[in-house]
Design a protein around this ligand. Sequence first.
Ligand code: D9Q
Length: 117
Amino acid sequence: SLLVLCGRSPPLRVSLFPRVLLGELEAHQDAWPFLLPVDQRSVPGYRKVIRRPMDLSTIRGRVSSNQYPDTEAFLSDLALVLDNCERFNEDRSEIGRAGLRLRSFLERRWAQLLQQS
Ligand SMILES: Cn1cc(C(=O)NCCN2CCCC2)ccc1=O
């Protein structure tokens, strides 16, 4: 309705996009390396190499407690998950390939959602 559209904040449905996208990422078959924080004791070198760890459960917690001031802050945490993955893993490794496939899904799906706005 016009009331929703003329407010300064984005229309309600656009503000739901992060929750829609996050739910689909959590359910994605390539999300398994990213669902929980990397166990830094069981992955040699991770703590030293990756200065800002991030994972989908941490993002879920921040979304649920409204800790993202705007959509860009949410998208930058998502990008951090996948940038960390590319930094730490060979592209041709199981986890590296999962990260590349999940990033491709994320980019295509986000563009699709924006077409609906
Ligand atoms: C993103 N990422 C993840 C790992 C990892 O080992 N995750 C655990 C994966 N398993 C899934 C079921 C039990 C645990 C290592 C390096 C890395 O960059």
